[in-house]
Design a binder for this molecule. Structure first.
Ligand code: FEO
Length: 169
């Protein structure tokens, strides 16, 4: 049976992952407005990944005999001044999520739940990957500046991203 404090921390993180899904859906809509379909595709995959992250924890809490209590999801920002600005915000958000996963692991450590720590290792590695992937796109956007031809080339690259359901834990 999962410790109550840890159960609450997992519930908080499920909410953060669902917020991430919602935020990236708002970003997907932003790129729809810009008619940059490769970016739209990139966020479509990102939205699916965040949903998988939330569901991984949702299932885990149940597997451990706990209860999931869903809270309201905050309204995300819905507009950005440029693709560069948008990706700066993605990176900031992923860094925030990394800090929350670390905090969740601190709670698991505090209540000496080694099984939960082992489960959360997957999320920690995933955050390293997420920050690196977003950092790459951001670096390219910084090089592109106002070159619309280069932006369209990046858009074409981002169209190739595909979703593979992760095996969590
Ligand atoms: Fe679920 Fe992008 O962190």
């Amino acid at each position: 049976m999962i410790n109550e404090k840890l159960e609450k921390a997992f519930n908080d993180q499920i909410n953060k992952e669902l917020y991430s899904e919602y935020l990236y859906l708002a970003m997907q809509a932003y790129f729809e407005r810009l008619n940059l379909k490769g970016f739209v595709n990139w966020f479509t995959v990102q939205v699916q990944e965040e949903h998988a992250h939330a569901m991984g924890m949702f299932d885990y809490v149940h597997q451990r005999g706990g209860h999931v209590e869903l809270e309201a999801i905050d309204k995300p920002v819905t507009n950005w001044s440029s693709p560069l600005h948008c990706f700066e915000e993605v990176l900031k958000h992923e860094e925030f999520v990394t800090s929350r996963i670390n905090a969740l692991m601190d709670v698991a450590d505090e209540v000496k739940d080694r099984a939960a720590l082992s489960f959360l290792d997957w999320y920690l590695k995933e955050q390293v990957e997420e920050e690196a992937t977003v950092g790459d796109v951001l670096a390219t956007l910084k090089l592109i500046k106002d070159d619309s031809k280069a932006l369209l080339m990046l858009d074409k690259d981002l169209a190739a991203r595909t979703f593979t359901a992760p095996v969590i834990g």
